[in-house]
Every structure is written in C-alpha cells, then in structure tokens.
Design a protein around this ligand. Structure first.
Ligand SMILES: O=C(O)[C@@H](CO)OP(=O)(O)O
Length: 278
C-alpha cells in the first residue's frame, strides 16, 4: 500500500536511481594470501613461491567475505604467479563461482625485486641498514640492485614468459616502473571491461595493487611510500562514470575503497607488512 502523499513527497528509497547511481561500477582487488616467502620474510618479487598454510586460510576467508556480501563476478584477472592464482581459485571456490573466466597477465606480476629476490629482509637490513632497505622497498622511483641474465631469477630464463617480448622482461623494478607496465593492461583491458559493465575481480600482489590504488586514488609519490596492503583481504572500490573512486565511509585514508572484514584486524595486518623490516 502506498499512500497518495507518498507520490507527492517520495521518501529517499522511493526516488528513482539517477543515471550516475545506476552506472556506478564496482571493482574488487585482492592481494594473495601469505606466501611461504612472506612467512620466511624473504624478498619475493617474481619468484614463484606457493601460499603458506596461513595464506591458504586467508584466501578462503577472503572468498567467504565476498560471498557474505553477495558479490558476483563476470571476469577475473591475475598474474602469472601461483600465489595470486591459487588465492583466486580458493576465493572463487568459496564464492561458488569457479566457472568465472580467469585471465593471466605478467603485467599483474609483483614488482621485480632484482638482486634482492630470495634474500631475508631482516638480514638485508642488518647488512645494508634500515634506511637503505626502506628506499629499496618503498621509494617510488629507486629500483633495487639489478640482477644479470644468468640469474635463475631473470624471467628470460623462465618458460612462463616465452611469449613476452624479452625487452619487456625486468632485471629489477621500482614502483614507478611497475606502475607504468601495469597501466598498459589497465588501459587496454581492465578499464574497458569495467566500463562494459562487467564485475571484475583482480587478484594480484602487494606492489602491483599499490600501483593500481595510486592510479585510482591519485595518491602522491610521497604518500604512496607509506601505504601497505594486507594479504588476502578484499578491497572494494565503487567507481563513477569516469572510473574515479567514490569514497566509502569505512575507507582507510588515503584509499577510497573499503576493506571487507574486521577493521581493527585489518589495521594490524597493514602494520605487520610495514614492520617486516624493523
Ligand atoms: O617481497 C615482495 O615481493 C614484496 C611483497 O611480499 O615485499 P615488500 O612488501 O617488501 O615490497
């Protein structure tokens, strides 16, 4: 029953959605669960290490949180690295959406950590000092030392990347270089998919997701150095017609998107990433 006056003075829930509300897009970002090298506190980059037991639980928990929100996806994008791929599989299993197409791209791989890959983060601090390691980990445009082409860590020696132009394969990367190679795929694939109305889930890595949120939220080069992303926690963005983020009231600055789950726990997990090099 609707009283006649309700037609004259509609309550907010009766006001038709505006076109901009109708065309709001949603994008979900998910960093992989803890890997065995996160657990051992080693620089990882493109090293293809598996999830730890804890990481498997985190990935499933991330999927459950998305299921509780009733999220449905049309397409997923992930990297060439098993910790992100496995996280995506486990979360899709929890969502009961394992049929959703998955696309892999090296452009979503973690930032390449150059000659630091495999080294223990704390031992590297003991050897080179905390400040130097912080520059390597979090400065925007200073890459870690380069490795050479004989290294097992050079992607040119890995069959997974046979289809990639060798001149694109990194020997080390700063966040700036990671951002520019990632943005190629954002512009050509992810943004058009979102704009076509598809619900997109991106399962990736700490530094590629830092590059992505820097781009979305227009975070400055200074501010991005202090931003850390926790493992296995879905980060949900609402985007307007121009794919600019609409700030959520639960967002943790400088992000506009909101993390799903217990907010205090999430803040602790963000702090733990920062504390990997004390
Ligand atoms: O080792 C790595 O590849 C990354 C992510 O785990 O670490 P950091 O947070 O130090 O950039």
């Amino acid at each position: 029953f609707t009283s006649p006056s309700a037609f004259l003075n509609p309550s907010p829930s009766q006001i038709p959605l505006t076109s901009s509300a109708l065309s709001a897009y949603e994008l979900v970002l998910l960093r992989h669960g803890e890997s065995t090298w996160n657990e051992e506190n080693r620089f990882t980059g493109w090293a293809d290490v598996p999830l730890s037991e804890k990481g498997i639980k985190e990935a499933r928990a991330g999927g459950k949180l998305m299921k509780e929100e009733g999220m449905k996806f049309d397409v997923c994008y992930t990297s060439m690295l098993r910790r992100a791929i496995h996280t995506l599989w486990l979360s899709l299993e929890e969502l009961d959406q394992m049929h959703v197409p998955i696309n892999h791209t090296w452009r979503l791989n973690e930032r390449h950590y150059g000659a630091l890959q495999g080294l223990n983060k704390q031992e590297t601090v003991d050897k080179h000092g905390k400040d130097q390691v912080l520059v390597w980990r979090r400065s925007y445009d200073i890459p870690p030392p380069e490795l050479d082409e004989t290294s097992v860590h050079w992607p040119g020696n890995d069959d997974k990347y046979l289809g990639v132009d060798r001149s694109d394969l990194p020997k080390t990367e700063s966040l700036k270089l990671t951002e520019s190679r990632f943005l190629v795929e954002w512009e050509s694939t992810f943004a058009p998919a979102i704009k076509s109305g598809k619900k997109v889930l991106i399962a990736a890595h700490g530094n590629t997701l830092r590059a992505l949120v820097k781009h979305l939220d227009g975070i400055s080069e200074d501010e991005i150095t202090g931003l850390n992303i926790p493992t296995g926690v879905p980060l949900v963005y609402t985007l307007d017609d121009d794919l600019k983020p609409v700030k959520h009231e639960d967002a943790i600055a400088p992000l506009s998107g909101r993390y799903l789950g217990n907010q205090e726990d999430i803040r602790n997990r963000i702090g733990a990433v920062a504390a990997q090099t004390k």
